[in-house]
Design a binder for this molecule. Sequence first.
Ligand SMILES: Cc1cc2nc3c(=O)[nH]c(=O)nc-3n(C[C@H](O)[C@H](O)[C@H](O)COP(=O)(O)OP(=O)(O)OC[C@H]3O[C@@H](n4cnc5c(N)ncnc54)[C@H](O)[C@@H]3O)c2cc1C
Length: 198
Amino acid sequence: MAGFTRRSLVIGASVAAGVAGARYLGSQLPVLDGTQNIEAPGGEGFLNDASGLSRTPVSKHIILRDEPAEMLVKALRAELKEAADAGRPVNISAARHSMGAQAIPRDGTAITFANNFLEPDTRGASYRVHAGTRWSEIIGALDPIGFSPKVMQSNNDFGVAATFCVNAHGWPVPFGPMGATVRAIEMGVMAESGVRVV
Ligand SMILES: Cc1cc2nc3c(=O)[nH]c(=O)nc-3n(C[C@H](O)[C@H](O)[C@H](O)COP(=O)(O)OP(=O)(O)OC[C@H]3O[C@@H](n4cnc5c(N)ncnc54)[C@H](O)[C@@H]3O)c2cc1C
């Protein structure tokens, strides 16, 4: 009994020393519990990318959320016409993780898609989403019905269209790049433009 107690004391002391040593010598870097969507403010003035290092003057920044299809089409057409008449560049983005301001239209019209339309097709093991939907929203919508995207990147706050615009690579190697999961893309100045993926 006495030997067991001594051994327990030695082990206990070693564990305590290990924990204290790890705390003392361990990295002081913050631990991030997942990622969060970065919300850029709308309005006039300046726009930044996710790095926070690329403050760029824009004429206008509008955020298009869950407008009905016809209203979104109308809004996009009006913005494109206004920008064309004024000779301004236009850019559509989602999370703006593309850094160095190359995806921010200097003195132009910046449009952020924040539409999270998703329509699952459980029989076809696919779903249809709006270009601006974030992967975190897709995972959140598919998980309760027993599905998930086949291929994902390291982060889940990127936009769907943005992912395919940059030809992103996924991490589950056997299934190929993100683009390998796309079944159909509807393009155009239309709200119902979407990406059908597995
Ligand atoms: C921490 C981190 C991890 C990453 N991990 C990976 C990874 O695992 N694999 C990988 O391949 N890449 C990775 N990347 C790169 C990432 O895939 C791209 O930066 C991706 O575009 C991010 O999405 P976003 O919503 O921020 O794009 P944004 O920066 O908002 O947009 C990207 C481009 O797409 C265009 N675009 C966006 N939406 C539309 C639209 N609706 N219509 C037309 N054009 C549009 C924009 O104009 C821009 O040119 C990573 C980047 C970071 C910062």
